[in-house]
Design a protein around this ligand. Sequence first.
Ligand SMILES: N=NNCCOCCOc1ccc(-c2cn(C[C@@H]3NC[C@@H](O)[C@H]3O)nn2)cc1
Length: 447
Amino acid sequence: MSIIQFPKDMKWGVATASYQIEGAVKEHGRGESIWDTFSKTPGKVVNGDNGDVACDSYHRYQEDIAIMKDLGVDYYRFSVAWPRIFPNGTGEINQEGLNYYHNLVDTLLENGIEPMCTLYHWDLPQALQDKGGWDNRETIEAFVAYAEVMFKQFEGKIKNWITFNEPWCVSFLSNFIGAHAPGFQNLELAMNVAHHLMIAHGKTVIKFRELNTTGQIGYAPNVEWNEPYSNKQEDIDACKRANAWFIEWFFEPVFKGTYPQFMVEWFEKKGARLNIQDGDMEIINQPIDFLGINYYTGSVGRFAEGEGLFDQEKVDKGYQKTDIGWNIYPEGFYNVLCYIKEQYGDVPIYITENGSCYNDEPVNGEVKDEGRLNYLKQHLISLERSMQSGVNIKGYLTWSLLDNFEWAEGYTMRFGIVHVNYRTLERTKKDSFYWYKQTISNNFFEI
Ligand SMILES: N=NNCCOCCOc1ccc(-c2cn(C[C@@H]3NC[C@@H](O)[C@H]3O)nn2)cc1
């Protein structure tokens, strides 16, 4: 029996997002988001599911906070629905929308739980999409104005701010692959969306500092790890490109003020060019207080001419998979964290999302989600290993507190440590909840 021990100042938490849990999409003046539109577009979401009700956390947040209090978390990472604050994206502020988040934050603080607030977790006001969305530079200014309202409203109450969740998903998954809202399939569009997101991030960090806002600010890229199948240079280069799509493309502008040239040239070969204007890179290159990292999976990859965007194919190594079909690859978690430290130094890191999809249902009031429990253990072992290797990990927040609307997969894929019955909205703590609760309390676990 051995023990995996975490440092005494380790922070533990859970994460959710507005469109995935809140519901109440027409309540108290909320405006439409691109996910309201996308989820109601036939064929975009499994079973035609949408976030109209979701987990109804808009009305049940006190119950959810009581569950978190029982869990013993330090942090609750949630996101604000921009369309609740600015129903049209800009212009008139919706006080009822602000009131909801004040009630949420006040209740968290009353229960000794620190809020970690994500300003953008994909629910762009539809009114802004109607004017080009993130492809339109005006959306950058609209976002900074929205962020400024939030900084001023929650000064001293929210001290942990994340500008953007998973800019890769917002740009490439949503505008090149087309699997998420708004669902375009244009590489150059996706690159310009990504660039505008990063400018909005930089301008928001500048605003945060100008206002002397109490607390810390960062962003939360999602990363994968592609391990070369062999030591052949073509396999190494192919995996470098695949990794850089998530890492260098979204890290270099922030940490170095440039885009990775080898990727710029690769995209140019594909006929896609960046539209960088004077001053853009200086704006993006703002020092941040922490880096959020979202990690789920990885794979072994090798060169395959003409395969995908990067002449790279995934190699099936027989890894076990979760119920959503993603490899269980804890070594990739260790590898990517060590790579980030090697490339970007000692930036404080919070794991802002790590979790797994297992669709176990309650039996006699219990949910025996052994797969999720094993995934958690394996990835926390990798996390502790990375800390022993000098990675500056400050905290770990698992995705997710609740089963919820998993985007294009709808309600068919469950990531929660708490089961949600979508008919009755009843919450049931899973075995993984009780294991995570014990791990948080002990700050260690046995294997
Ligand atoms: N890698 N190449 N893919 C090429 C082929 O893409 C097809 C689909 O791709 C993807 C890639 C990544 C994801 C994804 C989902 N989550 C989970 C959410 N994270 C934020 C939070 O809201 C969670 O719900 N994280 N990542 C989905 C689909």
